[in-house]
Design a protein around this ligand. Structure first.
Ligand SMILES: *Cc1c(COP(=O)(O)O)cnc(C)c1O
Length: 482
């Protein structure tokens, strides 16, 4: 058998043709996405074809690509589609995808050292720092997303707040570590971070919310007082700028004031809402996040950067660095050469090898400019408001939570049904909508009421998509209640 000297193409000309064709196919797919079903499940025969052993002999690039076209592309999640509003995802950008292609083709690893990738990441972090209003001395890091951002922010909080040196002694040195407080509506990644940090979920106090689904700050203060009286140290508060369920924003200014008074750490989960600071019309909603000690922002959601992309900032750089830095001999710094430079990104998080995700962010922000993002924020909030007005005007549709940003929870209610039957009807309605290919909402439950949930974080959505969606909801709802 012929053995190649490297993994480069055997025939560069053929590979060039294939890559060009893949680019054309991809752009065609995206340009015409509106005409296709949002989502369809992969049929059994496709799954059978996927479940093959890894080939021992080469199949060749062309065949591998053809398999992608037939087995993978048609069954993707669908979040590029203008009527995908489930969970909370971004729609991606072409230039972002180009950035990912360039970064991976040239295969940079951005741990640290004296190369341009580090400088591009620094620059992107600088842009994002200015968006969220953190001080110039703050440190930052690009991460896979807000889950990792919350993990890093809370790891720094644990390091900063514990009276012992947690890095050497671990938590075994403490009888009860300390308590963190967040609302019952906070994202599950907050609890997971505390569990992974060895604090255990017993250290997390979940505070009830008010009728706006934002944290009840009076109740929070009472819980802090009770813990202090019982000899437990309140370590930190996690505020949410835009909850996943309803888009509610905690009163961040009050949370910052409580943290100042009580000498607690203030972390803000801005996965959804941090970008709202770009909009002059809406930035007052997230006021107070700039006072946080640490803050997480997602770039692959409302900012539309292709997955994965998020960032975390820490007000006091020294705490951030001291939480993670370790310098083995093989990474020692020198004044010159590839290991020069004192800003090693691997000093600010758990990863050493890191992808060059900064490039797709840098290109996306350069192509579109921040003004366009401000406009996108306003447009999505306006869609949510227009949608809730439509709900109010339609007898069978009921809004189930106040709309703070771009998330709307509602249900189909033909009248005369008890709660259980109503929940059952709406559960089936969401699944039928997804299976219809017309739109993809997701669902949640608020105070026992099953909701159809739509998050308008998609840059391709137009007003007419609301009409198409409402018609589908009313049609399916009527069919199901018959
Ligand atoms: C999505 C989300 C997260 C988790 O972010 P990932 O980017 O998926 O890791 C955290 N917090 C909130 C409020 C979110 O909506």
């Amino acid at each position: 058998m012929w053995k190649p000297a490297s993994l480069d193409p055997e025939n560069w000309e053929e590979m060039r043709k294939l890559v060009h064709q893949a680019v054309d196919d991809s752009l065609d797919y995206l340009e015409s996405i509106r005409d296709r079903a949002v989502w369809q499940p992969a049929p059994e025969d496709v799954l059978q074809q996927l479940r093959t052993p890894a080939p021992v002999d080469p199949q060749g690039a062309r065949r591998a690509y053809d398999d992608f076209v037939s087995l993978v592309r048609p069954y993707q999640l669908g979040n590029c589609h203008p009527r995908f509003w489930g969970w909370y995802l971004g729609g991606g950008t072409v230039i972002g995808a180009l950035g990912e292609f360039l970064a991976t083709l040239e295969n940079s690893s951005v741990a640290g050292g004296n190369h341009i990738g580090v400088q591009v990441e620094k620059q992107v972090l600088e842009w994002c720092r200015q968006i969220v209003g953190f001080p110039e001395e703050a440190s930052g890091l690009l991460v896979s997303g807000a889950s990792m951002g919350n993990f890093i922010g809370l790891a720094v909080a644990r390091h900063a707040m514990s009276a012992i040196d947690v890095r050497t002694q671990g938590l075994a040195g403490l009888a009860f570590p300390g308590a963190f407080y967040t609302s019952v509506e906070a994202h599950s990644s907050v609890q997971r971070a505390l569990e992974l940090l060895g604090l255990g979920s017993r250290c997390l106090r979940k505070v009830r919310v008010t009728e706006t689904y934002a944290i009840d700050t009076g109740e929070l203060q009472r819980m802090i007082n009770d813990d202090r009286a019982a000899g437990i140290h309140p370590w930190g508060i996690i505020g949410t700028a835009g909850t996943t369920n309803t888009g509610a924003v905690d009163d961040l200014t009050t949370l910052a004031a409580i943290c100042r008074n009580e000498k607690m750490w203030f972390h803000v989960d801005g996965a959804i809402g941090a970008i709202v600071a770009l909009s002059p019309a809406h930035r007052h909603v997230v006021r107070g996040m700039e006072e946080a000690d640490s803050l997480t922002m997602d770039l692959h959601k409302w900012m539309q950067v292709p997955f994965e992309a998020g960032c975390v900032f820490v007000r006091q750089r020294a705490y951030h660095r001291d939480t993670f830095t370790t310098t083995p001999e093989y990474l020692e710094r020198h004044a010159r050469g590839i290991s020069a430079g004192d800003f090693w990104l691997s000093d600010y998080g758990p990863q050493l090898s890191r992808g060059f995700r900064a490039l797709k962010i840098w290109l996306t922000i350069k192509e579109h400019g921040l003004a366009r993002y401000a406009d996108l924020v306003d447009r999505c909030i306006s869609l949510a408001q227009k949608f809730s007005v439509r709900l109010e005007r339609t007898a069978e549709l009921k809004l189930l939570a106040p709309v703070a940003l771009n998330v709307v929870c509602f249900r189909y209610d033909p009248g005369g049904l008890r709660l259980e039957a109503l929940n059952e009807l709406n559960r089936e309605l969401v699944i039928r909508l997804q299976e219809s290919g017309v739109a993809v909402p997701s669902y949640t439950t608020l105070e026992g009421r099953f909701c159809v949930r739509v998050a308008f974080a998609n840059h391709r959505t137009r007003l007419e998509d609301l009409d198409i969606f409402i018609a589908a909801v009313l049609g399916l709802g009527a069919e199901l209640s018959r």
